[in-house]
Design a protein around this ligand. Structure first.
Ligand SMILES: Cc1cc2nc3c(=O)[nH]c(=O)nc-3n(C[C@H](O)[C@H](O)[C@H](O)COP(=O)(O)O)c2cc1C
Length: 205
């Protein structure tokens, strides 16, 4: 299975070759994997900045524990969780009904279920819930990179508030995690380190 082979090939790349760039064609495939990620209710409660502006990347690096991946990668993807779920529900209903009033009516039960789900939830709860969708999309993007033999490094070692400031995020977008993509400068420093199957899995028959 080439997928598993590629998962063994990939590693959280620390040193990128700053001169080697991901082609637009491959970038679009990676973005499409994010686009196609499943999400709770299909709300896709996230947004992704795809950054190549070197000045901005250098600034972001200062708020990323100075990790060189930020500024040496080919493209830097910053995943933000959306907290404007009420209007996101409106948007999803418009999308799913194609703005047809009759179809909208047919979707009213689904709409009610979504509204009921978020009713009374705090901003913090919604942000955490949206962040879960972000991580699914992040996983899909990393898997797509591996399939394309493009290197990547997921990064939580960042200061989200500073990212929000530098990206001029509106209030409803909260930086959550990033993904540096590009091509490795060096091979991994150590072999894959994973706990045993016994540690991770329990079979219940
Ligand atoms: C959510 C998340 C955040 C991470 N943050 C960082 C980070 O800030 N910097 C870094 O070098 N690696 C980061 N990593 C990479 C992990 O350390 C790495 O995936 C783990 O050690 C397993 O190694 P492998 O991915 O090379 O197989 C992160 C991984 C994940 C999934």
């Amino acid at each position: 299975m080439s997928f598993l082979k590629n998962l063994n090939w990939r590693f959280a790349t620390k040193a990128f070759n700053p001169k080697k760039k991901v082609s637009n064609e491959d970038l679009n495939k990676i973005l499409e994997s994010i686009h196609m990620s499943p999400s709770s209710f299909g709300l896709q409660a996230f947004h992704v900045h795809v950054i190549t502006n070197q000045e901005l990347l250098d600034q972001l690096k200062e708020h990323s524990w100075n990790q060189s991946q930020t500024s040496d990668c080919s493209h830097y993807l910053v995943f933000s969780a959306r907290t404007d779920i009420t209007s996101r529900i409106d948007q999803l209903i418009e999308l799913a009904s194609n703005s047809d009033p009759e179809k909208k009516e047919q979707l009213s039960q689904y709409e009610g279920m979504m509204r009921g789900f978020i009713e009374g939830k705090s901003e913090e709860w919604i942000q955490n819930w949206a962040a879960k969708q972000v991580y699914i999309a992040l996983g899909f993007a990393m898997a797509a990179c591996a399939e394309l033999q493009i290197d990547s490094c997921p990064m939580e070692g960042i200061t989200p508030d500073e990212y929000d400031r530098l990206l001029e995020n509106p209030k409803h977008l909260k930086t959550t995690v990033t993904l540096a993509i590009g091509y490795r400068e060096e091979e991994p420093a150590y072999p894959k380190r994973r706990f045993s199957d016994k540690d991770l899995f329990t079979t219940v028959e």
